[in-house]
Design a protein around this ligand. Structure first.
Ligand code: S3P
Length: 184
């Protein structure tokens, strides 16, 4: 069987910082051969500096504008099939959420706060967590964003206890089922 049979145009990964979007994205890329777009990486390449520096010198609103511009480009219906790994705050506007839903199969990778705190504490690449109390910030942002992830995703996966291979298998099976049930 063709591995891409019954699959949507794009598979889009959303979820909080440290939920495993980049790792699972790489796994899906290897399995399907679709190009992988890591939105944070593209934004860094375009800006010529890391995200922390974009936040410091231009501010978060400038970063959010870059994010929406890139999303608009990726949502071009003429674009090839891709795996798209997003930044955790991409669901912040109704415009972005509509673009995400229009792009293909949207998967929310959910992770417990404890796991997010552990993973994000390993480096200083997330400017929103440069606070005295990152755990409180994670809880605050999570409370705001959970309903937005929920509203945007076709599928929610609890990542606790699963490795990236198991998550990729789950995503592919659910995506095939979802699209085989829809009138083409
Ligand atoms: C952000 C998440 C980051 C990055 C930026 C803002 C957020 O991406 O886009 O630091 O608002 O949650 P990851 O989710 O890949 O860490």
């Amino acid at each position: 069987m063709n591995i891409a049979e019954n699959l949507p145009k794009n598979i889009v990964l959303i979820g909080f910082m440290g939920s495993g979007k980049s790792t699972v994205g790489r796994e899906l890329h290897q399995r399907l051969g679709y190009p992988l777009v890591d939105m944070d990486q593209v934004i860094e390449q375009r800006a010529g500096k890391p995200i922390t520096a974009i936040f410091e010198t231009e501010g978060e609103p400038a970063f959010r504008r870059m994010e929406t511009t890139l999303l608009g480009e990726l949502a071009d219906p003429a674009a090839p099939r891709r795996i798209i790994s997003t930044g955790g705050g991409v669901v912040g506007t109704a415009e972005n959420r509509a673009l995400l839903r229009s792009m293909g199969y949207v998967v929310w990778l959910d992770a417990p706060i404890r796991a997010i705190l552990e993973r994000t504490s390993k480096n200083r690449q997330r400017p929103l967590l440069h606070t005295d109390d990152p755990a409180a910030k994670i809880r605050e942002l999570m409370a705001l964003r959970e309903p937005l992830y929920q509203e945007t995703a076709h599928l929610k996966l609890d990542t606790a206890g699963l490795d990236s291979g198991e998550l990729a298998t789950g995503i592919l099976e659910c995506a095939r089922y979802h699209f085989s049930q829809r009138p083409q």
